[in-house]
Design a protein around this ligand. Structure first.
Ligand SMILES: Cc1ncc(C[n+]2csc(CCOP(=O)(O)OP(=O)(O)O)c2C)c(N)n1
Ligand SMILES: [Mg+2]
Length: 690
């Protein structure tokens, strides 16, 4: 790996960064060969990067931290570098201090003992769970009771400062924990009983794994002596969650609970966030507990690297100085690292346009002239064209998902790549990169910004003009923005953009999966960090409503909208009742095309119009909303959209608007599976094959 071939046939040479030789689609600025002269200088840079990148493939740190010994030494043995990244530096000190803080801050003293609560009974494992949650700063969690977790529910009343939200299905609880975590940056918590309660959580756990969302999922299990005996509601849930969690625990002894919870929260939120699952046997919950939370978490095998290697950062700055057509690809890591300000500063200083992934939506204010928009399968054509003609991609906290790259050998054929990611396993996984930097995006940008040269906007005027031209072209769809698709039917983009406008682009929009999700990402006009939430990696239909519920509970100061399809809403609609019971003022925009729209779109475009099972019946949504006690509204023409939005916003409590949208509107452009970013399908202005 490194400079020549990523194994998939995608060739990278030291001079591949030059733009000359770009296809016609690249346009004038790309074809002028401007960067060609510098190509030769790139040789030494490339070979150094190869050393660092190469070791990543060997399974050691990819940023050069440990690479020096094996990558560049050409047979020279070197002393092994301390495996503790950045040991002895002020940053490492700060991390340790943060860890201590987490476990022993003022909260510790605020947590009342049972005696202080006036409760006269021995402290049991279930108390240790409640104390641990409070100690970790948990204010609420989403749960559903059952036999083996009843010991916990039995003591919950003694901890009134812990809010329990009774969901209607454990999957809803897991997604709500995700939505809460995404909107707040805190760890979300969900709980289910053994057996079906536990397996119902798995989709949410897997979703959190793929999207790097910090949640702690708690399950009960049968008493230890019955484990493995196929007891009632027994299932090997830790076996099931092993491949879709960052870490999991089976706890059989009450005295392990304080340590396990301290570790679990630490693992969930530290480094690349993710789900941690704790399975507690019923006797662990009921057993007497004398153990207290440990002073520190000691996990020798878990030491994420936060600071990028200075040499790699310097090389990155040199690459940036040479680039003529650089492009930043901003991913979820920018939001997780709270690096949105640094991203803006970096982009503005070096005058580099910023494209974002699906999970990177809202990493940059879309009104910033440097923000070019959403990339990938349903991204904007001008963004994908910019990727395909770039001579340098600076990938920040994103993982080159196949929905972004398409057919890898054709992805960004002229670009050298700088890849910043906190997870070394992501580097070189999907595409070969020239400059790998393992670290927290914020820390890396803080180090990189002083090293990059300030570029005046005029220097890149031709480049930006070209992108702007492409943008204009891609916004030319006749229905775009008008609200009226064919025959005046209401178009989904109009609904999404009007919700965004009505809420002054400050609401959190939580999408479900399908066309509704792509329309939200494309037309939501996001300005505030973390104002967009969506299931990216797993693409979980049914995510929207419960995740939005979690986001709304976590950020009561922000208006929250769920943007969902009629298929997805039917998967988790029962959470409407939770909204009512908990008086959560969520607004739900149902984009009702009476279809599994995204499936129908594929059937139209890829399966010659063979529409099997993509038409689905739904209930009378207004009656359903009424039955749940949710205020319901309906809009079916562009003229009715704004008043319906205003009416829903005026409701004190949850509200649902059914937008009857065109049944056959597709999300364009679209990169067909197996194709590349240069092979986008666009709207064919013909009646689809019925
Ligand atoms: C749990 C689950 N099952 C199936 C799919 C496959 N799938 C992706 S989009 C889609 C259609 C979604 O229909 P709807 O919710 O109405 O949204 P629309 O595309 O119409 O906006 C389906 C079935 C999925 N992503 N998740
Ligand atoms: Mg639909």
């Amino acid at each position: 790996m490194g400079t020549t071939d990523d194994g998939s046939g995608r060739s990278r040479t030291a001079t591949s960064g030059q733009v000359s030789g770009a296809p016609e689609a690249v346009g004038a600025a790309g074809a002028d060969g401007a960067a060609g002269a510098d190509g030769a200088q790139a040789v030494p840079v490339a070979s150094e990067a190869a050393g660092a990148g190469g070791t990543a493939a060997d399974g050691t740190a990819a940023d050069g931290t440990a690479a020096a010994g094996s990558g560049s030494g050409a047979g020279q043995p070197r002393a092994r570098i301390n495996h503790m990244p950045n040991a002895g530096t002020p940053q490492a000190e700060a991390i340790s201090a943060g860890r201590r803080e987490m476990l022993s801050d003022a909260r510790r003293n605020q947590i009342k003992s049972l005696a202080e609560r006036g409760v006269k009974r021995p402290r049991i494992g279930a108390d240790a769970v409640c104390e641990a949650l409070l100690r970790q700063g948990v204010e609420l969690f989403f749960g559903y009771p059952g036999g083996v977790v009843l010991p916990l529910y039995d003591v919950l009343g003694d901890y009134p400062e812990l809010r329990h939200i009774l969901v209607r299905h454990e999957q809803g609880g897991a997604h709500a924990a995700e939505g809460y975590a995404r909107a707040t940056g805190k760890v979300g918590v969900c709980l289910g009983t053994s057996g079906p309660g536990a397996t119902n959580l798995v989709t949410g756990i897997g979703d959190a794994m793929l999207d790097s969302v910090p949640i702690v999922a708690i399950t009960g299990n049968v008493v230890g002596s019955l484990l493995g005996k196929d007891a009632f509601q027994e299932i090997d849930i830790t076996g099931i969650t092993l491949p879709c969690t960052k870490h999991n625990y089976l706890v059989r002894d009450a005295n392990d609970i304080p340590r396990v919870f301290a570790e679990a929260f630490h693992i969930a939120r530290t480094g690349r966030p993710g789900p941690v699952h704790i399975d507690l046997t019923k006797d662990a919950l009921m057993g007497a507990c004398s153990a207290q939370t440990p002073e520190t978490v000691d996990l020798p095998g878990f030491k994420p690297n936060f600071d990028g290697h200075p040499r790699q950062i310097k090389l990155a700055a040199q690459e940036i100085a040479r680039a003529q057509r650089p492009l930043i690809l901003a991913g979820h890591g920018v939001l997780i690292a709270e690096a949105t300000e640094e991203l803006r500063e970096f982009a503005e200083k070096a005058q580099i346009p910023v494209a974002h992934t699906l999970l990177g939506v809202s990493a940059m204010d879309e009104t910033n002239p440097l923000s070019v928009g959403f990339m990938g399968m349903h991204g904007w054509k001008h963004v994908n064209k910019t990727i395909q003609s770039a001579d340098l991609l600076i990938a920040l906290g994103m993982r080159f998902d196949d929905r972004v790259t398409g057919h890898v050998p054709t992805f960004a054929p002229y670009a050298r790549i700088i890849h910043v990611d906190i997870d070394p396993a992501e580097i070189g996984k999907n595409v070969a990169v020239e400059i790998p930097i393992v670290g927290d995006v914020k820390r890396v940008l803080e180090a990189l910004i002083p090293l990059v040269q300030r570029v005046e906007p005029e220097t890149r005027a031709a480049y930006f003009a070209e992108i702007a031209g492409w943008r204009e072209e891609s916004e030319k769809m006749p229905w775009h923005g008008s609200g009226a698709w064919r025959d005046g039917q209401l178009s989904a983009d109009y609904v999404v953009s009007h919700i965004a406008e009505a809420t002054n682009h400050d609401a959190t929009m939580v999408a479900d999966v399908g066309q509704n999700q792509m329309w939200t990402a494309r037309y939501g006009g996001f300005r505030r960090p973390n104002s967009h939430v969506s299931s990216g990696g797993l693409g979980t239909m049914g995510y929207g409503l419960p995740a939005a519920m979690g986001a709304a509970v976590g950020r009561p100061d922000k208006e929250t909208w769920a943007i969902v399809g009629d298929g997805g809403l039917q998967m988790t609609v029962q959470e409407l009742m939770t909204l009512v019971q908990e008086h959560i003022p969520l607004r739900i925009a149902l984009l009702n095309n009476h279809k599994l729209g995204m499936v129908r779109q594929w059937q139209e475009l890829v399966y010659a119009g063979n529409y099997h099972s993509s038409h689905l019946l739904g209930p009378d949504w207004l009656k359903l909303a009424e039955a749940y006690g949710v205020a319901g509204f309906r809009a079916s023409t562009p003229e009715e959209v704004d008043s319906a939005i205003a009416a829903a916003r005026a409701v004190d409590g949850p509200a649902l608007i059914e937008f009857i949208i065109a049944q056959e509107q597709n999300v364009f452009p679209m990169m067909p599976a197996g194709k590349g970013l240069s092979d986008l399908l666009e709207e064919q202005f013909e009646e689809p094959n019925r």
